[in-house]
Design a protein around this ligand. Structure first.
Ligand SMILES: NC(=O)c1ccc[n+]([C@@H]2O[C@H](COP(=O)([O-])OP(=O)(O)OC[C@H]3O[C@@H](n4cnc5c(N)ncnc54)[C@H](O)[C@@H]3O)[C@@H](O)[C@H]2O)c1
Ligand SMILES: [Zn+2]
Length: 360
C-alpha cells in the first residue's frame, strides 16, 4: 500500500498467521495487545498470539463479542481502559484479529489512544481481506448511524492469511464475494471474467483461486486509496458501487436481516439496471452481472415477501454520504471495468428500478 512514509506491506497467502511474530518484532514491537473477535478467539487469534510469544513479545488478548453491536463507543472505551490498565508504551502494538468489526474497532482504538498507537490488521473474513483491512478507515457506530465516529488511521501492516477463510460460514464468505464482484465491475473486467469462468472453484474456496482473487482486490483497493486517501477527489467514492441502494436496504430492514455483501449484491443489480435505463450500458451487462452474482450464491433482488416503501428508500439514498445537497448521486458503470459518479438521477427512474419484478 503506497502512502509515502505511511506505506505498508499487505502480506497475502496461506499460513501467514505464523509470520505475525517476526513481522512485529522486525517493526520494533516489544508488546502486543491482540484484539480478537470471539468467533476466532480460540483458533486464529491463538495462532497469532503464539507466533508473537515465540518471537519474544509480551502478549495480552482483549476478546470482543462477535457482531456489529460491538462496533460501539462502549467497546472502544473498554479497549482504551484495558490499554490504560496495561500501561502501554511506544513499543506496544495493537493487533486486530477478525473481520471488519474488530478491524474497525481496534483501528479506531489505536487511532485515538495516546494520540495514536501502531496497529496491525489480521483480517480473517473475505470482506476484511479484500476491503476493510486496507485503506485506513476506522470507526464505530452510533445509534444515529453507522460509522459516524471514526478516523483515518493506516495500519503498520496487514497480514491476510487466506487459510483462515476455510472456517468462515458460507453466507459470510459469499458476502465477501459481493465486494470482489464490485472490484471487477468498477475497475477490472478481467477479474470479472475470471470469476465467471471459475465460479464453481471460487464457491468451493479453491486455495489458488482465493489467493489470486484476494491479491487482485487488494491491489485495486490500494490503487484507489493511494489516489484519494481521504475521499476528496471522488476516486475513492467509486468503491461505493452498489452501496447507495445497499445501505438503504440495510438501514430500512434493520442491520442483521441482510448481510452487508448481500445488500450490496442487490444494490449492484439495481445500479446496473439504473445504468441500463439511463442508456449508459446495454441490458446484457446487467444480465451478465446478475448471472455472476447468482453463480456465487448471492441475491440480486430482495428476498420474497420483503417489500420496502420506495419513498423511504429514496429518502435514505438522498441522505447517503455520497448524495450532494440531497440530490441523488450514484456510482454507475459506463462499461465493464469502469464506473463514473452520476449526479442528478431522476427520482422517478430510481422508483422504476425499485419497482421492477423480483425475478432477475
Ligand atoms: N473500514 C473499511 O474500509 C470497511 C470496509 C468494509 C466494511 N467495513 C466494516 O466491516 C464490518 C463487516 O465486516 P465483516 O463482514 O468482516 O463482518 P464481521 O467482522 O462481523 O465478521 C463476520 C462474522 O464472521 C466471524 N468470523 C470472522 N472470521 C472468521 C473465520 N475465519 N472463521 C469463522 N468465523 C469467522 C465473526 O465472528 C463474525 O460472526 C462492518 O462493520 C463494516 O462497516 C469497513
Ligand atoms: Zn461494502
Amino acid at each position: 500500500m503506497e502512502l509515502g512514509e505511511r506505506s505498508y506491506e499487505v502480506a497475502i497467502g496461506p499460513g501467514l498467521l505464523a509470520s505475525a511474530g517476526p513481522r512485529l518484532r522486525d517493526a520494533g514491537a516489544r508488546r502486543a495487545v491482540v484484539v480478537a473477535d470471539s468467533g476466532v478467539l480460540g483458533t486464529h487469534a491463538v495462532a497469532v498470539a503464539d507466533s508473537l510469544r515465540h518471537a519474544g513479545l509480551a502478549v495480552t488478548t482483549i476478546p470482543v463479542e462477535r457482531g456489529e453491536a460491538s462496533k460501539s463507543v462502549a467497546e472502544a472505551e473498554r479497549i482504551w481502559e484495558s490499554l490504560a490498565a496495561a500501561a502501554v508504551d511506544r513499543g506496544t502494538h495493537l493487533v486486530a484479529v477478525g473481520g471488519g468489526v474488530v478491524g474497525d474497532l481496534a483501528g479506531f482504538a489505536a487511532a485515538t489512544f495516546a494520540r495514536g498507537l501502531p496497529v496491525w490488521q489480521v483480517p480473517t473474513t473475505l470482506v476484511a481481506q479484500v476491503d476493510s483491512s486496507i485503506g485506513g478507515k476506522t470507526g464505530v457506530n452510533l445509534r444515529g448511524g453507522k460509522n459516524l465516529v471514526g478516523a483515518f488511521w493506516q495500519p503498520r501492516g496487514v497480514i491476510a492469511d487466506t487459510d483462515t477463510l476455510a472456517t468462515l460460514p458460507a453466507r459470510e464468505y459469499a458476502s465477501g464475494l459481493a465486494e470482489v464482484v464490485k472490484y471487477g465491475v468498477i475497475r477490472d473486467a478481467e477479474l470479472f471474467a475470471r470469476l465467471e469462468g471459475a465460479a464453481g472453484n471460487v464457491v468451493a474456496r479453491d486455495a489458488r483461486e482465493i489467493g489470486a482473487i484476494v491479491g487482485r482486490c487488494v491491489a485495486i483497493k490500494a490503487e484507489v486509496v493511494s489516489a484519494d486517501e481521504h475521499e476528496r477527489t471522488g476516486a475513492r467514492a467509486t468503491l461505493n458501487y452498489g452501496h447507495t441502494f445497499g445501505h438503504a436496504y440495510e438501514t430500512a430492514l434493520g442491520y442483521g436481516t441482510l448481510l452487508h455483501g448481500e445488500a450490496v449484491a442487490i444494490g449492484m443489480a439495481d445500479a446496473a439496471e439504473l445504468a441500463v435505463r439511463l442508456g449508459r450500458v446495454p441490458a446484457a451487462l446487467a444480465r451478465r452481472q446478475d448471472r455472476l452474482l447468482e453463480a456465487l450464491g448471492l441475491p440480486t433482488r430482495l428476498p420474497a415477501g420483503v417489500s420496502l416503501a420506495a419513498d423511504a428508500l429514496l429518502a435514505l439514498m438522498a441522505r447517503d454520504k455520497k448524495a450532494l445537497d440531497g440530490r441523488l448521486r450514484f456510482v454507475l458503470p459506463s462499461r465493464l471495468g469502469h464506473v463514473e459518479l452520476v449526479d442528478g438521477v431522476p427520482a422517478q427512474m430510481v422508483r422504476e428500478v425499485l419497482a421492477r419484478p423480483a425475478t432477475a
